[in-house]
Design a protein around this ligand. Structure first.
Ligand SMILES: [Mn+2]
Length: 316
């Protein structure tokens, strides 16, 4: 952990606290927010967590009553988690801008240090950083906190398969396991269960899949029309990018889908030495070296060739 936590205790000087993760929350975002809220609760605080809509598979965590999708105008302290830049925040930029103190805790290499206090550095997940925050604040981790951090870690490491999984990650997980968490249940819900609509959507995405550039690139798309047709929610696209990346020989995977007409969300995965964060940044997105994404506006027919051209440039 290369994060200097100097001054983190100052967050305890504030009473009206909002914790927020990023848009389209993933397991790390949800787990880290909940873990930190539970930690602050143990210190006598009553923070709110803003999440527009919590994906079904994360409702396994207890304490979800702290999530709100409508929040007050003003907070004394705003804590942003798992968000590399201000634009990634949920629809609470007003609260971020007006807060007396802002704090950013994150592990994205593209983090822009956009808050008054920034605790950003290398870790498997924001959840892993929150484990250390608990120690800094002198809070004993209980089963609920441990479960939330565990979910965050397995979510962002893809169940320990990505190269962000370090010995330090396992050391944290070993501590979490001592809290008697139901790790098997969390793993099953997160990685091996899907809604019917999600399975149908995955089927469509796999059917649409194509191989390009001498079988080094796999890509697929889901249009807004297909989402509607299959009665799927936008967050049910999660997992598609990782599934197509399982194609043997693939160096880069690209998934484009249309959450709303003429809005295209692009996700990238890669193996070393291909840095897809650079690709995402060209589209004003960001993320990690081997997993990144961006939002862009336009028609799928126009965006697709433009993005595949950017991908092609990586092989020259
Ligand atoms: Mn994360």
């Amino acid at each position: 952990m290369n994060i200097d936590f100097t001054g983190i205790k100052e967050i305890l000087n504030y009473n009206k606290i909002l914790i927020s993760g990023h848009k389209n929350p993933d397991g790390d975002s949800v787990g880290a927010c909940l873990a930190l809220a539970l930690i602050l609760k143990k210190l006598g605080k009553t923070p709110d967590i803003y999440i527009k809509e919590i994906p079904e598979q994360y409702k396994i965590l207890s304490g979800t009553e702290m999530y709100k999708n409508v929040v007050d105008e003003h907070y004394d302290l705003f804590i942003a988690l798992d968000s590399g830049d201000e634009d990634r925040l949920e629809e609470v930029s007003k609260q971020f801008k007006s807060a007396d103190m802002t704090c950013n805790i994150d592990h994205h290499i593209s983090n822009t240090k956009y808050a008054m206090k920034n605790y950003a550095g290398e870790a498997s997940s924001t959840g892993e950083i929150i484990f250390h925050v608990a120690r800094e604040l002198g809070v004993e981790i209980d089963k609920d906190i441990a479960s939330a951090i565990f979910l965050a870690i397995i979510s962002d490491t893809g169940l320990y398969q990505y190269n962000n999984t370090k010995s330090e990650t396992y050391e944290v997980v070993a501590e979490l396991m001592k809290k008697d968490i139901d790790s098997g249940k969390i793993i099953r819900e997160l990685f091996f269960e899907r809604t019917y609509e999600q399975t149908k959507l995955l089927g469509r995405a796999l059917n649409n899949m194509e191989l390009l550039f001498d079988k080094q690139v796999v890509y697929t798309t889901i249009s807004f029309k297909e989402l509607k047709e299959l009665n799927a929610k936008t967050n049910e696209t999660s997992g598609i990018i990782n599934t197509i990346m399982q194609t043997r020989g693939a160096k880069i995977a690209v998934f484009m889908y249309e959450p709303a007409p003429n809005n295209i969300k692009v996700s990238f995965r890669s193996v070393e030495p291909y840095n897809v964060c650079e690709l995402a940044q060209k589209l004003e997105g960001g993320g990690h070296v081997l997993a990144a994404g961006a939002m862009t506006k336009g028609k799928m027919e126009e965006i697709r060739p433009m993005i595949l051209k950017l991908v092609a440039e990586m092989f020259n």
